[in-house]
Design a protein around this ligand. Structure first.
Ligand SMILES: *[C@@H]1O[C@H](CO)[C@@H](O)[C@H](O)[C@H]1NC(C)=O
Length: 263
């Protein structure tokens, strides 16, 4: 159990690192959708200054002010250094006092030219879309994780307010007196009703899905992952193709972690 939990948690960090990586790469573009204008004045010779809107700013070079607008979907962050691109994703920018933005420029794919957007509804929380120049790229969170639009991370579904963890995972933690505590939280383990390899950990009675991994199965008797040959009814590994999983079940998980494709 410990090992598989460590693996699952390590997996989560990989996802987070991956998310950050995608995010950094996309912010490194160099386009400035500038509207050159000689208006306003420069408090200092060089610098960038907020305007009344959250995505507009004035860039001063050698005392010459130029009004600029961030690409649609990005917002001006006055705190960025002089070398950095000053337009960032909304989660990183405080718009207090300058809430207005340019009108959205949606495409068939995307609500804004740039950004991260969750897809699906409360029971299909595992996908998100990254929009770049109005083109949408769909990503799957690793199995069992849900996209959190407040953090741009794949997270446990019970931690994502827009996700119905039970509906998404197809599992509801049964009310049960058997529980053991670790600090203030309670953990209980349940083998997935759909297959041997996966199991649920109920944390404060909300489900999180784990995978024992290849050749392993969840053994109810020891409350832990075990060799498949040691688990009754699981002797033959049945889940070598991901398409087997979820068929005929209410589970919405698609697998295909990290795979992205253009739509
Ligand atoms: C199966 O169970 C035995 C006895 O508990 C254990 O020694 C063995 O390591 C288990 N097999 C696997 C693959 O974990």
């Amino acid at each position: 159990m410990k090992q598989s939990q460590v693996l699952a948690i390590a997996g989560l960090f990989i996802v987070q690192a991956f998310g950050v990586d995608v995010y950094r790469r996309q912010t490194n573009f160099n386009q400035n959708y500038n509207v050159p204008q000689r208006s306003g004045s420069c408090p200092e010779k060089d610098g960038r200054y907020p305007t009344g809107t959250c995505d507009g700013y004035i860039e001063c070079k050698d005392g010459v002010p130029e009004e600029k607008v961030c690409p649609d979907g990005l917002l001006f962050n006055p705190a960025t250094g002089p070398q950095a691109f000053p337009c960032q994703y909304p989660i990183d920018v405080d718009c207090t006092g300058r809430e207005q933005t340019q009108p959205a420029q949606p495409t068939d794919d995307c609500p804004h030219q740039y950004g991260y957007f969750r897809l699906g509804d409360a029971t299909t929380c595992g996908q998100f879309k990254n929009c770049v120049e109005g083109r949408g790229f769909v990503f799957d969170c690793p199995e069992g994780l849900a996209f959190n639009g407040d953090s741009y991370r794949c997270d446990w579904p019970d931690q994502v307010p827009t996700c119905d963890a039970e509906g998404f995972l197809g599992f509801t933690c049964p009310p049960d007196a058997r529980a053991f505590g670790l600090g203030q939280e309670e953990f209980r383990f349940f083998r997935s009703p759909n297959d041997c390899q996966r199991y649920f950990v109920c944390v404060n009675n909300r489900p999180r899905m784990y995978n024992c991994g290849e050749g392993q199965a969840f053994n109810d008797l020891i409350n832990s992952c075990d060799g498949v040959e040691n688990v009754t009814g699981c002797a033959v590994p049945q889940y070598s193709t991901k398409n087997d999983f979820g068929k005929g079940s209410s589970n919405a998980i698609q697998g295909n972690s990290f795979r992205n494709y253009r739509i």
